[in-house]
Design a protein around this ligand. Structure first.
Ligand code: PMP
Length: 285
């Protein structure tokens, strides 16, 4: 396997960043995960736009032009011969002697890019059965709209979910409303048939899959409602599902031990899952 680190393509075992990298010491880094199908990038422009936004929000220098980052991702896909899988791109503020203050402009961002094959059969199998969710208090910070590598709360939540036999955790804010999944956006088909997902804001990541799915819905003549929903509403929903670049649309059949709908993946979630890639932007390599 080949990994890109700061301008070089290195063997996996030799790829490393400095011990004083701010991503390592402070979580001072942002990232993107892009799905790869048949060697092609899914929704690259939206991932690039979000990456740029994350960098701007944290005042991290843009390490290189978007075109150049796109080139790096393609190289990593090609050099690893990834057909189906994902690309991970991380940019940290760079390496500098440990200090809370930002380093000067001479310290350049650290860029890491790796690609990994991932069989599409695994999510496809999960989607046939649907997944279980465990809810958890949202203990994350108040800028969840920025895609930072500070993922410890997500790790804790996922681990707790796994211990309960659930694949994903849903975070719940102080007012009892679901914010999003540990690594996905949360959706329900409410009792009255309305498709509901939380509105954008600093409490959730603006998921690229979420945005593209909103396009799919409008194309399908469905009118989604972006508003908060509580766990009780989700327990009683007709359907529930999550969206993320690696899961696409993944049906949810249990939440905290409560069966959603008839306990099988809902028809709307399944249809949207099947339609999704017709609407996503697919860019060649
Ligand atoms: N929310 C969080 C907290 C996430 O980590 C992710 C996955 N990166 C998502 C939502 C889904 O975003 P996307 O559709 O862009 O993968």
């Amino acid at each position: 396997r080949i990994v890109y680190v700061n301008g070089r393509y290195l063997p996996y075992g030799e790829a490393a960043v400095h011990v004083e990298d701010r991503g390592f010491q402070f979580g001072d880094a942002i990232y993107e995960v892009c799905e790869v199908i048949d060697g092609r990038l899914i929704d690259e422009p939206r991932h690039m736009a979000r990456l740029e936004r994350s960098l701007n929000e944290l005042q991290i220098q843009q390490p290189m032009a978007q075109r150049a980052l796109g080139h790096v991702m393609r190289q990593v896909i090609k050099r690893n011969r990834v057909r189906d899988g994902l690309v991970y791109l991380q940019v940290s503020r760079g390496a500098a002697p440990r200090d809370f203050y930002f380093p000067g402009p001479d310290v350049l961002p650290t860029v890491v890019c790796l690609a990994r094959p991932m069989s599409r059969a695994v999510p496809a199998t999960n989607a046939l059965k649907g997944i279980a969710i465990k809810s958890m208090p949202d203990i994350r910070w108040q800028r969840c709209d920025i895609k930072t590598v500070m993922l410890l709360p997500a790790c804790l939540a996922k681990e707790a979910a796994r211990a309960d036999g659930a694949k994903e955790a849903w975070f719940v804010d102080g007012d009892g409303f679901v914010t999003e999944g540990a690594s996905s956006n949360a959706w329900i088909v409410a009792e009255d048939g309305t498709l509901v997902t939380r509105q954008l804001g600093s409490a959730i990541l603006p998921g690229v899959t979420r945005t593209t799915l909103l396009d799919v819905l409008r194309e399908e003549g469905m009118v989604p409602v972006e508003r908060p929903f509580r766990l009780n509403e989700a327990y009683a929903a007709r359907e529930a599902f999550i969206t993320s670049a690696t899961q696409t649309v993944m049906p949810v059949v249990r939440i905290d031990g409560n069966t959603v709908g008839d306990g099988r993946p809902g028809p709307i979630a399944q249809r949207l899952r099947n339609k999704f890639h017709q609407f996503a932007a697919i860019s060649g390599t």
